[in-house]
Design a protein around this ligand. Structure first.
Ligand code: BJW
Length: 234
């Protein structure tokens, strides 16, 4: 790796696995007994709104019981100390990066702790349930709030900002993601095309491993702190 000033870090479910949150594509290919592509869609929400709201209400409540792990804490340490540009783009809808202290962060697939109003489009911080049809804090319409999650077929958040950061990155690092879901799965190719060095930190080689110049295999809780130490010692 040559001179590095601008870093873009992509994280996925694997970084939160050691905090106790399930990843999406387990060894059986299923997530909580479902194919994630079958349940995480606007169509599934239209088909059975109560079921989907209840599923997300339970996951939102369960977040309170988990805490950031060594990998989240190490990235927050890098965020605080790195003098150049740095952006953590997480696909995760949990809030463990921010609870660890990361600030240069965006959630491209939405957030569990946020609600999206189908009537006015406002995004509101939300920690309670949505299944009982509360009113939107922005427009006061009742029963119009849905989980602020990017489902299949919907456009991820802040794509322009991500594309711009990819174009400026000297180093692209992917942590704990299977490389199965686009557009995130294509970021490594975009970063390479713009001249960035590329590094994958994952429990095992992913679908996109061949695109990376360097791949390190192991748990994020060990790999990420070691990599952050290397970066801060440069
Ligand atoms: C560890 C570890 C440890 C474990 N340490 N590592 C055909 C071809 C190409 C694309 C498409 C296509 N058909 C449709 C599409 C597009 C579609 C898509 O990609 N589909 C694929 C199935 C092919 N994508 C979309 O629809 C997206 N929108 C879109 O493309 O809009 C068009 C557009 C884009 C850009 C500009 C303009 C227009 C939207 C995708 C939304 C994804 N949403 C979800 C649902 C969240 C729901 C919820 O949380 O309730 O987001 S799906 C789910 O997958 C979730 C995740 O963010 C995402 C990625 O999963 P992730 O994080 O990689 O998790 P896993 O489980 O897959 O992998 C975990 C990894 O960690 C594994 O590798 C483990 O080994 C590792 N690991 N323990 C380190 N301790």
């Amino acid at each position: 790796m040559g001179d590095i000033r601008n870093i873009l870090i992509l994280t996925g479910a694997g970084i939160s696995a050691e905090s106790g949150l399930a990843t999406f594509r387990g060894p059986d290919g299923l997530w909580e007994g479902h194919r994630v592509e079958d349940v995480c869609t606007p169509q599934a929400f239209r088909r059975d709104r109560a079921l989907v709201q209840s599923f997300y209400d339970q996951r939102r409540a369960a977040l309170a019981a988990v805490v950031p792990n060594f990998a989240h804490l190490a990235l927050a340490r890098l965020d605080a100390a790195w003098p150049g540009e740095l952006l953590i783009v997480t696909q995760n809808v949990d809030d463990l990066h921010e609870r660890a202290g990361a600030t240069r962060l965006l959630h491209m697939h939405g957030e569990l702790m946020s609600a999206l109003c189908l009537a006015c489009g406002a995004r509101s911080r939300w920690s309670g349930d949505l299944g009982d049809g509360p009113a939107c804090p922005a427009c006061a319409a009742a029963g119009t709030l849905r989980p602020d999650i990017v489902w299949f077929g919907e456009i991820p958040y802040q794509m322009e900002r991500i594309e711009a950061a990819l174009g400026r990155a000297d180093l692209f690092v992917s942590i704990g993601t299977s490389g199965a879901v686009y557009p995130a799965a294509g970021f490594v190719q975009q970063a390479r095309a713009c001249g960035a060095a590329t590094l994958e930190l994952n429990l095992e080689p992913s679908a996109g491993s061949a695109w990376f110049e360097e791949t390190r295999s192991g748990p994020a809780g060990a790999l990420v702190p070691a990599w952050v130490d290397e970066m801060l010692a440069r």
